[in-house]
Write a protein that binds this ligand. Sequence first.
Ligand code: ADP
Length: 349
Amino acid sequence: MKKIGVLTSGGDSPGMNAAVMAIAKFASRYGMPLVGIKRGYNGLLRKSTSIYDDMEELHLDTVLDIADRPGTYLRTARCMEFMDPAWREVAANTLRAMEIEGLVVIGGDGSFHGAEHLCKLGIHCIGIPGTIDNDLPYTEMTLGYDTAVNVCVNSVRAIRATSRSHDRPAVVEVMGRHCGDIALTTAVSTGSEIVLVPEVPWRVEDVANRLNQQIAKGNTRATIIVAEGCWESMEPFDMFTFLNSHGKKCYEGEPISAMRFASIMKRMCNNAEVRATVLGYTQRGAEPTARDSAFAYEAGHLAVRLLRDGISNQVIGMKEGKVYYRSIDEALQAKREFNRPLYDLVNHL
Ligand code: ADP
């Protein structure tokens, strides 16, 4: 009887609990005891005064109740010590001492790097892609992405209703520091007129120009969807001089934000009342959609089966609509391709 562990690491994402439930279900079916490790890799470093703070034996009864909930029951956290080989040795020793032979790591690419290191220390690891950003190119979906996009779509629909009532354009910032997928899918799903992403450089003046053209065509409620990382791909713009010379106080060195961007658009678009909303954590706190929950179920099952069969160093993903696995190394090397044609389609006037 193999004992296995599970942890959630990196940013939380809807569906993490559903995956833990599925893992518990199949571990129980295959007669494999399951231990939940708390707060990502931290729970393996035995820094807490009580072991109950670091890990918990997971029974199916407990996790059945959490399957639909957002967030992660096991908690999640960064664990900077894991960059250090000596601390990773401590983690492997903890697992050996507890006779935990295999570990399921639910997280993003950083967490997968950690899992790859543990594999080299003889611990069997399987990764499940848990991140709302959809920034793992080896898989067609990551756990939480569909839920996050649905939250964004509902929010943008609500914002667009008010935008229409008041004839006001809107700026809506969604998550995605390095990946514009949430922004692009949200824009496409809501008929938003402009989308800005970290992958494609853009100029403030061009966006204002496009917004002005929308207004001139009679569309007074155009929506600009911006990914949180799009400020990095913005061509240099002197916000300090522009805003201060247009009657809006701005501090030297102040970073641009959705609010500031809306102020700039207003002043470049004949004082149109451009309003900004930052959706923030709401995107991570929703109950998982059926699509995410179903992926969590199949991924959880496959992870347990692989560990039962002694297969290690793999991550689970979706390819051509089917759940599959491939080596962590190959998965981490896969190159991401941003859907530029779709981006151009949205931004075309
Ligand atoms: P994500 O898994 O969502 O990409 P992070 O990049 O924050 O999130 O990584 C989560 C955790 O994974 C880190 O806090 C650290 O414990 C571990 N990790 C990240 N990168 C590495 C690495 N190169 N080597 C070992 N562990 C890593």
